[in-house]
Structures are given as C-alpha cells and as structure tokens.
Design a protein around this ligand. Structure first.
Ligand SMILES: Nc1nc2c(ncn2[C@@H]2O[C@H](COP(=O)(O)OP(=O)(O)OP(=O)(O)O)[C@@H](O)[C@H]2O)c(=O)[nH]1
Ligand SMILES: [Mg+2]
Length: 199
C-alpha cells in the first residue's frame, strides 16, 4: 500500500511586532532560514528627542518599513512568513498592511519599558488576531514571573507569555512554534485549510 503523496507545506503569515527597539529585527534575523530582508536606516537627528535611546546605547539603526524572514516547520507542514513591524510611532501607518492576513502575532516586549507594549497588544486585540507576548530578556532587566507580566499587561487568559533571547535561534524557534499553534487554531476556527499542520 502506498503512503499519501507529500503535500506542499502551507504558508502561514506571522507578524513580529512591539515597541521601539525591543529586538524585532534581531528576532526575525535569528529565526529566519533565509537572509532576512531588512529596511533599517541609520538613526539621525530626526530621531533625537523622539526615540528613547537611553536604554539602548548600542542601537544605531531603526526599521523604517519592515523586516521579512521565513522559517519552515517540517513536522507541522508549515512555512512561516515573518513580517517584522517598524517600532517607531511615526511608521504606524505600515502596520495595517503588514498585518493583513496574519494568522498570529508575536508581540516582543522589554520589561524595562513594558508600557511600550500596550499599543501592539491593543492593536492585535482590536483585530482579533491571536498573539503571544515574548519577553526579550536584556541583561539589566529585572526577573519577573510570567504571571506578573500577564497581569501588568492586563492580558486575557488565553494569551501566552514566554521569555526569549531574540539573538538565539533555539529560543526564537521555540517562540515561533508557540505562535504557529495559535495560528493553526485560528485558521481552523476560520475553516481555512491547514492540511498536514500539527497532525
Ligand atoms: N542584550 C541584548 N541586546 C539585544 C537583544 N535583542 C536585541 N538587542 C539589541 O537591542 C537593539 C535593538 O534591536 P533591534 O532588533 O534593532 O530592535 P527593533 O525592535 O527592530 O527596533 P526598531 O525597528 O527600531 O523598533 C540592538 O542594538 C540589538 O543588538 C537581546 O536579546 N539582548
Ligand atoms: Mg527593527
């Protein structure tokens, strides 16, 4: 008896969002299996007084349009198309385009500037796009329990909170794996085909 013919993996769109300088570009770059597309520009005088650089002494570039990367989850039969948003308020107009058709989102957060996560959280809540919160751990950040972050961000019960290091592939793959679970549940609820995915 022959086995089922191989099926092409399904494409799943995931948005990587969050406040300014939380590590979105770093995240997409570390998890992507292709050379990521970046649209970073050097921060110039235009950023002065606009961007909070006090906690980001090494930061010289900022995303002005989007990041793009890709990651295949062979066992799940899914190829994740990753769209990273710009973090600065003045590029918010890009978000609608980048989030169109997204099956799930990763909201990256920095506990030193947790308030900066609210716009992204509100945004995906408003669009009814499932999301998780991934705390990008910076060395001088306080160690919080996931429960503390969950309540500080006033998240609904079904929103997972994870910790990660945006520079480390195993860590970012783990976050994406969780996002894929959310995406598949969402697509199933919408009755879109998810053949082969997480079976
Ligand atoms: N220590 C540490 N530094 C990080 C980490 N992730 C990112 N960085 C640094 O933090 C800075 C911000 O990273 P980016 O990836 O550019 O952040 P972003 O969210 O894409 O920034 P915008 O596009 O400007 O909103 C860079 O200098 C990174 O090298 C991390 O996990 N730990
Ligand atoms: Mg960026």
């Amino acid at each position: 008896m022959g086995s089922d013919p191989p099926t092409d993996p399904i494409a799943v769109k995931i948005v990587v969002a969050g406040g300014f300088g939380v590590g979105k570009t770093t995240f997409v770059g570390s998890v992507s299996e292709i050379k990521p597309l970046r649209t970073d520009a050097l921060m110039t005088a235009a950023s002065e007084g606009v961007d909070d650089l006090a906690r980001l002494p090494e930061k010289s570039d900022t995303t002005v349009a989007m990041d793009f990367g890709r990651r295949t989850f062979t066992d799940a039969g899914a190829v994740l198309m990753l769209f990273g948003t710009p973090g600065q308020d003045r590029f918010w107009f890009m978000w609608d385009e980048l989030s169109e058709g997204a099956a799930a989102a990763v909201v990256l957060a920095d506990t030193r500037r947790l308030d900066d996560s609210f716009p992204a959280i509100d945004y995906f809540e408003g669009r009814a796009t499932p999301f998780l919160v991934a705390i990008n751990q910076f060395p001088d950040a306080h160690d919080y329990e996931p429960d503390e972050i969950h309540s500080a961000l006033e998240l609904s019960e079904d929103v997972p909170v994870l910790f990660c290091d945006a520079r480390q592939r195993p860590s970012t793959v783990h976050v994406l794996d969780r996002a894929l679970n959310l995406a598949i549940a969402h697509l199933r609820a919408l009755s879109q085909p998810v053949q082969g995915a997480l079976t």
